[in-house]
Design a protein around this ligand. Structure first.
Ligand code: NAD
Ligand code: WQD
Length: 340
């Protein structure tokens, strides 16, 4: 049985379904600070396996001790965390408490319970301003905001924990830009308030919730002047977690802490994404060019060859699936899970 902290969130809910479809039961721990309980019913419906829910906070040691005492947890995927870059600049202590202290509390509880396998949701944001794309894992680590710092701190803590005890098995997965939804249209990304990320914003324009997209800058040194990112389908990401869990069960021969990029290796611009969405969904996305967004980089994308080689994992879904699946989710759930 696998514990998914933050298990009702966007990436975790899709990973839960992938686990269920592989016949692996899981427990969801979530405080619902950025998700809703209705997600669990959808996970059940799509995965065919009823998730066990523990409502609680990963910073609460007593909750974790009770959870590990009650369920036969073999491994943990630690998704729980706050992820809004701007909010992390305004409220750094909140981010360090939730993301760093939360992780330490979890690690300590795992030590008490004798659970030593952990997959951690890290982020490409640990690379900071590196302009050396495609980015290998060896690229300089220099996050530029408290959110990114919090991810890198947890990576360092896990590296040290794994070094101190060879029985630990750790994978830090550095996600690039997760997008898309489950093909069923029942699970997807449901941000609160105005979406800060590109794909949910495009979806809300398509469904009529927003009049148009603002394209943040068209004077970057990229082929069409707009920002370039490595968008990865959330179900490919989910499969990456299964691959990591399988890898951690194997013979690690002295290499018990892996840092791996999960991306496609392909850079896509904002305008390419808008065009792809229009082409694959038939929906018009009106846009205007707006000033650059503070803190944005021109271009970054992954070198995913380590994950390809070591995890035997490779992204399978392209722009077509990303756009079609996002639209199916958005179209069927125009107000997200609020209607569920
Ligand atoms: P999300 O907000 O949808 O999911 C996070 C979940 O964790 C939510 O359900 C939230 O309620 C829960 N949570 C937060 N703090 C908690 C706490 N203290 N105790 C219990 N539950 C808590 O976010 P997501 O996009 O699915 O991201 C999941 C993880 O992946 C996060 O750690 C995030 O930093 C990381 N990540 C996300 C992206 C991205 O672009 N979405 C990219 C890289 C890394
Ligand atoms: C993508 C591109 C924007 C919105 C963020 C976090 C990062 C990671 C993923 C967690 C950029 C442009 C966007 C809009 C636009 N999260 N854009 N109009 O900034 O690459 O990464 O999410 O780890 O830490 O910083 O993703 O989707 O916000 O932006 O033109 O309304 O789309 O300028 O070029 P980003 P994004």
């Amino acid at each position: 049985m696998i514990l998914l902290t933050g298990g009702a969130g966007y990436i975790a809910s899709h990973t839960g379904v992938a686990l269920a479809l592989a016949g692996i039961p899981y427990v969801v721990l979530d405080n619902f600070c950025n998700s809703v309980p209705a997600v669990l019913e959808r996970m059940h419906e799509v995965g065919g396996l009823k998730p066990t829910l523990v409502q609680g906070d990963v910073r609460d040691a007593a909750t974790l001790d009770a959870l590990f005492a009650r369920y036969p947890i073999q491994g943990v995927v630690h998704f729980a965390g706050l992820k809004a870059v701007g909010e992390s600049v305004a409220e750094p202590a909140l981010y360090y408490e939730n993301n760093v202290s939360g992780s330490v509390t979890l690690i300590r509880a795992m030590q008490r319970a004798g659970v030593k396998t952990l997959v951690f949701s890290s982020s490409a944001t640990v690379y900071g301003n590196s302009d050396a794309s495609p980015l290998p894992e060896s690229a300089p680590l220099a996050p530029i905001n408290p959110y990114g710092q919090s991810k890198l701190m947890v990576e360092y803590i896990l590296r040290d924990v794994a070094a101190a005890n060879p029985d630990w098995r750790v994978a830090c997965l550095r996600y690039f830009n997760p997008v898309g939804a489950h093909i069923s249209g029942l699970l997807g990304e449901d941000p609160r308030g105005v979406p800060g990320n590109l794909m949910p914003f495009i979806g809300q324009v398509a469904v009529g919730r927003r009049p148009q997209l603002s394209v943040f800058g068209n004077d970057y040194p990229t082929p069409d002047g707009t920002g370039v990112r490595d968008y990865i389908h959330v179900m490919d990401l989910a499969d990456g977690h299964l691959a990591a869990l399988r890898y951690l069960q194997g013979d690690l021969t002295g290499r018990n802490c892996l840092m791996a990029n999960l991306g496609t290796g392909q850079g896509i611009s904002v305008l390419q994404m808008v065009q792809a969405f229009e082409q694959y969904t038939g929906q018009k996305i009106p846009f205007e060019v707006a000033p650059r967004r503070a803190g944005d980089l021109a271009s970054y994308y992954a070198d995913p060859s380590l994950a390809n080689r070591v995890l035997g994992w490779k992204a399978q879904r392209g722009l077509k699936e990303m756009c079609e699946d996002s639209w199916r989710w958005q179209h069927r759930n125009p107000m997200g899970y609020a209607q569920a």
